[in-house]
Ligand binder design. Structure first.
Ligand SMILES: [Zn+2]
Ligand SMILES: [Zn+2]
Length: 353
């Protein structure tokens, strides 16, 4: 879809597990579900395997069509020796050694030309002992490309208590409120120094679990795919050539031309956050040279509570579909949008430099 700024928006889901590790269906089966929902891309990250990548399962789907609609990218998720730090890795042909410490493999992925995203960095799980938390503990590294600012499983697990568990199981997406303030402020901090893209991940497994006498699949893939989505903004439409298209998505991720949304509160397609300086438009992730006449604009796809945030502070907010703001100084600006108190849209930063 091309919007009035002449930009193309692609919507997809990141951090999906298949049968190749601890998910419950094959990549082609899961992809069918994504295709039916009209998703433009699916990023798979099974634990320490690239089996399906080597079987040639990446590509535009439907595979046999000349006009594919859903782009399937296959990376993997590293677990370190202590199974603490989890890292999503893309664009590498091989698995890096599981013997390395987090700091070392983050560097190794970068050296080999891969793209790495820290997974569920701040998760806290207290309720079910069988599912301990896997937070990121190795913050001394500087070589990662992105952070999963929002992870559906993490948020769900953190909120789960003995008392609310039935409600949480039967209405799993309702509990999603927003990325944690802990991770947002950490992410803002990294972006003061360099571009670190913030993405939303679902961490979809769709495995059945037993809670008391119940055996339930809490998050079937279809439900997961209607929750946290990643929206990528491009200046040119995605190429029909798979490798070129994949390159376009990763350069946009590197450029932070990204926002995340929770589909449960409405389709966020069409959301815009941009800067205008004279006749020039700058999109999410861009750098704008500071001048007196810069305006920031937000356009939400529906009436919502729009907050413009700079350095952790709300500098403007409004309930409506639009917000505009005259920039008074240098800084990084990002947008949070809430509906009925629930987090709906979280943008990456526009930098006034
Ligand atoms: Zn993980
Ligand atoms: Zn995972």
């Amino acid at each position: 879809m091309k919007n009035f700024l002449n930009l193309h928006e692609y919507v997809g889901v990141m951090h999906i597990h298949s049968k190749d590790s601890d998910g419950s269906r094959s990549i082609p089966e899961i992809t069918k579900i994504g295709e039916k929902l009209g998703l433009d891309f699916l990023f798979f990250t099974d634990h320490m395997t690239l089996k399906s990548y080597h079987l040639g399962l990446e590509g535009w789907y439907p595979k046999d069509s000349s006009n594919g609609k859903t782009l399937v990218v296959i990376g993997y998720e590293i677990n370190d020796q202590d199974n603490k730090n989890h890292y999503l890795v893309f664009n590498l042909k091989d698995i890096v050694s599981g013997e390395l410490k987090a700091k070392e493999y983050v560097k190794e992925v970068k050296n080999q030309g891969g793209f790495g995203i820290i997974a569920h960095p701040d998760e806290i799980r207290k309720t079910i002992q069988r599912f301990p938390s896997y937070p990121w503990t190795s913050w001394e590294t500087e070589d990662f490309n992105g952070i999963e600012i929002w992870n559906q499983m993490s948020e769900w697990m953190e909120k789960l208590t003995k008392i609310n568990q039935l409600k949480m199981i039967f209405s799993p997406r309702r509990s999603l409120e927003s990325p944690t303030p802990r991770i947002l402020s950490k992410w803002d901090g990294f972006n003061k120094k360099r571009k670190v893209v913030g993405v939303g991940g679902v961490d979809a497994h769709a495995y059945p679990i037993d809670i008391g006498p119940l055996r339930v699949t809490i998050f079937p893939y279809k439900v997961q795919f209607k929750s946290i989505r990643t929206h990528i903004i491009l200046e040119k439409r995605l190429s029909s050539d798979f490798f070129q298209a994949k390159g376009q998505l990763f350069s946009a991720l590197e450029g932070c031309n990204v926002f995340s949304s929770n589909y449960r509160w409405g389709d966020a397609k069409g959301f815009m956050f941009y800067a205008k300086l004279k006749d020039k438009i700058y999109k999410i992730g861009d750098e704008v040279p500071f001048e007196d006449e810069i305006n920031l604009w937000v356009k939400a796809p529906n009436v919502a509570h729009i907050k413009l945030i700079s350095d952790g502070n709300i500098v403007a907010e409004k309930i409506g579909e639009n917000l505009s703001y005259r920039v008074e100084g240098r800084g990084n600006y990002r947008v949070e949008v809430f509906r009925n108190g629930r987090g709906w849209i979280f943008s990456n930063h526009i930098r006034i430099v």
